[in-house]
Design a protein. Structure first.
Lengths: 758, 49
């Protein structure tokens, strides 16, 4: 489609922070014509008009960019550019410069989406139902205000002609769902809804053909209209969250650079990798498939796979799992398995097994329907039999009253109540950076009594931070300069001291060399300097202090040849607001546990810091899932919060689950909630909102039942005219919606507002 | 009765036009970026290159 551009061998120094590979972006782009491409990015931090303006203007100024259009609702920007005049990494670099985290979207992964298709269908149904209901209501009002016999007759017929095709078209979502549910011999909310609509229409047709007084066309269509509003909102909420989660997933390595036999390089998708391929993994990339290291080694971060936060060194011949992150040097690996058969597949298998247990969960609305529907149908039957006896076998009147009972008891408020509350709740969470994938997540989250946290990447940030420094200002400056040359997390932590240090010493370094697994060496004004593992740095200094190896901390030493030693002590820092969140959760009488893949020492320390008494270290995925299942077998309702691949099966097994967006794809897919905020306080906030939604849903159900308590006796006595049915139906719906809106005004428990981009 | 025979089709036609407008607006993407449109009105026009 476009000329093949030779790929550069990306060395460690070549990759600027955050900028993405040229070719990867090209693969993700949409080809408009021979020279024009469209690249879409997801910008999670774009949230005001100012951001939109800055992005559109700055990108628009770039050479070769034809247009840049931001969508604030979806937080995306679509850039159309000519690939002869610029390249994709320039776009990415510009967004970096503007300070926006950006994720390229794989073209085609979102636009050809079943979800958006069915949303269009629902909106269309809603529009048609609205049209029908409005017109019939107009005719009905004239009938109620006293149209005479012939006119009434005509109006009923016209209403019928509009109502029947409308109901057939717009009612499909309910009819199909009711039919499906009945074919599994279960009752859901859609069964009484469908029955009421069909019966109301049937009796109205019969009435209008026989010149009767009353027709319920208006009530039937209004019911349909209100219910479709609820269903559409519910659908929009779920699509929004799912899309956002999907967008986060496209961040992960979807491919790798394959080295062909003739040493040519090409970028391939992960699915195209076959065992035996040689792949080059640049520093900062994730390994796409299980493989074995060829040639020189590198430091890798396996925290997403094992939960272990300290990086390890792999060398020639050692195995490496899909999902690990290469840190220091370009790695050449030989693929052993395809992407679908990698370590990942094993995890997915465990997840499926765990998920089958959760599928049994029934939503509150359906649970209510299982009791409500039979009760209503029996009531209608009683009314029918009662009137037959009372009226000495007047069939027509008895059927008429039985149907009006069904219409008036139709769970309109119920059908609207639950989705509205969930939508408002999901909107509140979305504003605070929490995505919920399914309304039933609220119900499950509100029922939990035990919280199980993973450590690395969940309670902690999963990255190192220097907490203690012993160094002179000259040493500090030299160490920082040296650290800046590496991508190793420990070196990054030292390099980050740069902004805190007040020293103005600049160091000239030459012959910088990185020794994977050991540290960095360079020459500074003719003398060797080293930053790295204490035991390695010790070799170049004469006298050294005691080597106190403390596993829970990582210590880096820095020294100049035959000079004194500077030490940097670092630790995996806790997430922002972790301690407050744990306190808040403990205050709401939740049991808190830690399950981590990391070693005993480190887990113990974190648990102590947060005041958590129950913790287990060195847990494998199978251990975690067993632990959760064991807890649930004892009757606990568990909320699992974790980010890694090793947590994914446990996330599926738990009653409710959350994953930080920084984690693995699989973790995010498995979880009910995704936290896009770095603060941990989202956990407490989501739990709070879930409990409130639970309360509101119950209130709404009570309102709906109270309304029935008044209306049903009237219907049974045969006093419900179409006017009463229409008014009471909309009245109860409005009441329920108004009650649900109260959730919107819940105050945020997150103390600070979202940080605003400068 | 005569008025009704003229007015009824007109009323239905107008309603139908509204429905068509709604369907058009869905397909046209009028609902794609509700927030952005509200904010954009506050911005100065971006100078075309």
């Amino acid at each position: 489609m476009f000329p093949k551009v030779p790929t550069l061998i990306t060395s460690a120094s070549k990759i600027s922070k955050g900028s993405l590979d040229d070719e990867r972006l090209r693969v993700a782009s949409r080809v408009i014509d021979n020279e024009t491409l469209q690249t879409d990015f997801y910008l999670p931090d774009m949230h005001c008009a100012g951001c939109v303006m800055r992005i559109e203007r700055e990108l628009g100024k770039l050479e070769g960019v034809l247009s840049a259009r931001a969508n604030l609702t979806l937080r995306r920007v679509a850039i159309v550019w000519k690939h002869f005049e610029t390249n994709a990494s320039t776009l990415s670099a510009e967004l970096d410069k503007l300070g926006f985290k950006h994720i390229p979207l794989q073209h085609g992964s979102l636009s050809v989406d079943d979800d958006s298709d069915s949303l269009q269908q629902l909106l269309l149904c809603l529009g048609v139902a609205g049209f029908g209901a409005a017109n019939i209501m107009l005719l009905s009002i004239s009938v109620w205000s006293g149209a005479d016999a012939e006119t009434r007759q005509l109006f009923h017929l016209v209403s019928g002609l509009v109502a029947i095709p409308t109901a057939i078209f717009s009612g499909r979502p309910f009819f199909l769902s009711a039919f499906n549910s009945l074919s599994y011999a279960r009752l859901n909310m859609d069964v009484p809804i469908s029955l009421a609509i069909v019966l109301a229409l049937a009796i109205s047709i019969w009435e209008s053909l026989n010149g009767g007084l009353h027709a319920y066309f208006d009530a039937a269509l209004m019911l349909l209209f209100f219910l479709l509003i609820g269903r559409t909102l519910d659908h929009m909420m779920r699509t929004r969250a799912r899309n956002a989660v999907k967008l986060l997933s496209s961040m992960a390595a979807k491919g790798a650079v394959r080295i062909r036999d003739n040493e040519d390089q090409e970028y391939v998708q992960a699915e195209q990798i076959i065992p035996g391929d040689r792949l080059q993994i640049s520093p900062g990339e994730r390994v796409p498939v299980d493989g074995v290291v060829l040639g020189e080694g590198s430091d890798i971060d396996r925290s997403l796979v094992t939960g272990e936060s300290v990086s390890v060194f792999v060398q020639n011949g050692e195995a490496i799992e899909a999902g690990t992150l290469n840190l220091t040097r370009p790695l050449i690996i030989e693929a052993l398995k395809t992407a679908h058969k990698s370590f990942l597949a094993e995890v997915l298998h465990m997840m499926e097994a765990a998920e089958s247990g959760k599928a049994k969960y029934m939503r509150i609305a359906d649970r209510a329907a299982a009791i409500y529907a039979p009760a209503v149908h029996i009531l209608a039957l009683c009314a029918f039999i009662g009137w037959i006896i009372v009226s000495n076998g007047n069939w027509h009147m008895s059927i008429y009253i039985a149907v009006s009972v069904l219409i008036i008891t139709c769970p309109c408020a119920l059908g609207l109540a639950v989705p509205i509350v969930h939508v408002v709740g999901a909107g509140r969470l979305f504003d605070e950076g929490i995505l919920i994938k399914d309304g039933s997540g609220f119900e499950r989250l509100s029922e939990i009594d035990t919280v199980v946290f993973d450590k690395t990447g969940t309670l902690t940030k999963g990255e190192f931070n220097v907490i203690e420094t012993h160094a002179t200002s000259v040493q500090l400056a030299q160490a920082i300069a040296l650290a800046q040359t590496s991508r190793h997390p420990a070196a990054r932590a030292v390099a980050n001291l740069h902004s805190h240090s007040s020293s103005h010493v600049t160091s000239k370094l030459s012959e910088v060399r990185e020794y994977p697994g050991l540290g960095i060496e360079a020459s500074c004004e003719g003398r060797r300097v080293r930053l790295g593992r204490p035991s390695w740095v010790k070799n170049i200094v004469g006298n050294s202090p005691e080597l106190a190896e403390n596993i829970s901390m990582t210590t880096l030493w820095f020294a100049e040849e035959a000079n004194s030693v500077a030490t940097f002590t670092m630790t995996d820092e806790l997430r922002v607001a972790a301690a407050e969140t744990i306190k808040k959760l403990q205050a709401s009488k939740l049991d808190i546990h830690i399950l981590s893949g990391d070693n005993q020492e480190v887990v113990h320390q974190v648990a102590n810091q947060l005041g958590i008494t129950t913790f287990f270290a060195e847990q494998r995925p199978a251990d975690k899932i067993a632990y959760i299942q064991n807890l649930q077998a004892r009757g606990c309702r568990v909320l699992m919060i974790g980010d890694g691949l090793n947590d994914a099966p446990a996330l599926s097994a738990a009653h409710a689950s959350m994953a930080p967006s920084s984690g693995s794809d699989v973790g995010r897919q498995a979880a009910d909630f995704v936290l896009t905020n770095v603060r941990l306080s989202g956990v407490a906030f989501a739990h709070d909102i879930a409990k409130r939604t639970g309360r509101l849903v119950k209130q709404n159900i009570i309102i709906a039942i109270l309304y029935n308590c008044i209306a049903v006796p009237l219907a049974c006595l045969g006093l419900v005219t179409p006017l009463v049915a229409a008014v009471s139906m909309s009245g109860s719906s409005v009441l329920v919606v108004a009650n649900s809106m109260r959730l919107h005004f819940t105050r945020s428990t997150l103390s600070t507002k979202k940080e605003v981009n400068p | 009765m005569n008025q009704i025979i003229i007015l009824l089709p007109i009323a239905l036609l107008l309603g139908f036009l509204g429905l068509i407008a709604f369907v058009w607006s869905i397909h046209n993407g009028q609902y794609d970026d509700m927030k952005g449109a509200a904010e954009r009105i506050l911005l100065d026009d971006i100078d075309e290159k």
